[in-house]
Design a protein around this ligand. Structure first.
Ligand code: KIV
Length: 267
């Protein structure tokens, strides 16, 4: 019997049951099929495609058109996994622009939820999207679209006041209507405390073991990415014969909590 498609309630139930949510990025139909076969719960068409597909140094050049194109391809490959699409840089600078672009990602791209890099400045936007029944994932912690403003890719929330501000932003984003919060590059304690404080699922990338689910960039776990990878990346390809076996190993490691190990975490 094929598993029923994952939806927002499935993800909430997984949080409630303490079952870790396995998430990965994808950018095309062939890999999307493998992710589905391997049992990945949530697939993100991330603006990381600017780096791993287009070869840019950051995610900043990615456009709504790029995400729509890749999202359509990924949607064709999925049967079960929940599909989330990234809102690119400057595609949600005010509520009505955000709504127009979110509608494109859902109607033209086939996304079931949109993700935006948020904070207190995005509360009004999230409220506006939620009022129009657009499911939202709010991305906190390291926000790669702000890389030029923050001066590089670095761990966020290490000092107490920053951690407190992140927790308060997460609460406000949940109250505004976010259905998922994603935390990138934060110390374990920050990941665990935000997860404990929220009712919605919290997905982490470099946020330690205390979150409700894990996400990584597909090309990082398949050892395709060249050069230095972030500390939280684990190469799942090295012990496996095929990409499908590597992705299955990732899902298993998320489920049994052997990933992330201490060497993938920040303190
Ligand atoms: O763009 C992306 O792939 C992401 C993940 C790294 C979470 O935002």
């Amino acid at each position: 019997m094929p598993h029923p498609p994952v939806n927002v309630s499935t993800l909430r139930d997984m949080k409630g049951a303490g079952k870790p949510i396995a998430c990965l990025t994808a950018y095309d139909a062939s890999y999307a099929q493998l992710l589905d076969l391997a049992g990945v719960d949530l697939v993100l068409v991330g603006d990381s495609l600017g780096m791993v597909i287009q070869g840019h140094d950051t995610t900043v050049p990615v456009t709504v058109r790029d995400i729509v194109y890749h999202c359509r391809a990924v949607a064709r490959g999925l049967r079960r996994a929940f599909l989330v699409a990234d809102m690119p840089f400057m595609s949600y600078s005010n509520p009505s622009q955000a709504l127009d672009n979110a509608v494109r990602l859902m109607q033209e791209g086939g996304a079931m939820m949109i993700k935006l890099e948020g904070g207190d400045g995005q509360i009004e936007i999230v409220e506006h999207l939620a009022r129009h029944d657009i499911p939202v994932c709010a991305h906190l912690g390291l926000k790669p679209q702000s890389v030029h403003k923050i001066g590089g890719f670095r761990v966020q929330g290490r000092d107490a006041s920053q951690a407190e501000a992140m927790l308060s932003a997460a609460r406000r984003l949940q109250d505004a209507g976010s259905d998922i919060v994603l935390l990138e590059c934060v110390p374990n304690e920050v990941g665990a405390s935000i997860t404990g404080a929220l009712e919605v699922p919290v997905i982490g990338i470099g946020a330690g073991p205390g979150v409700d689910g894990q996400i990584l960039v597909l090309y990082d776990i398949l050892d395709i990415t060249q050069g230095r990878t972030p500390r939280f990346v684990r190469n799942f390809q090295q012990d496996h014969q095929s990409p499908l076996a590597a992705i299955e190993a990732y899902v298993q490691a998320v489920r049994d909590r052997s990933y992330p190990a201490p060497e993938h975490c920040f303190s």
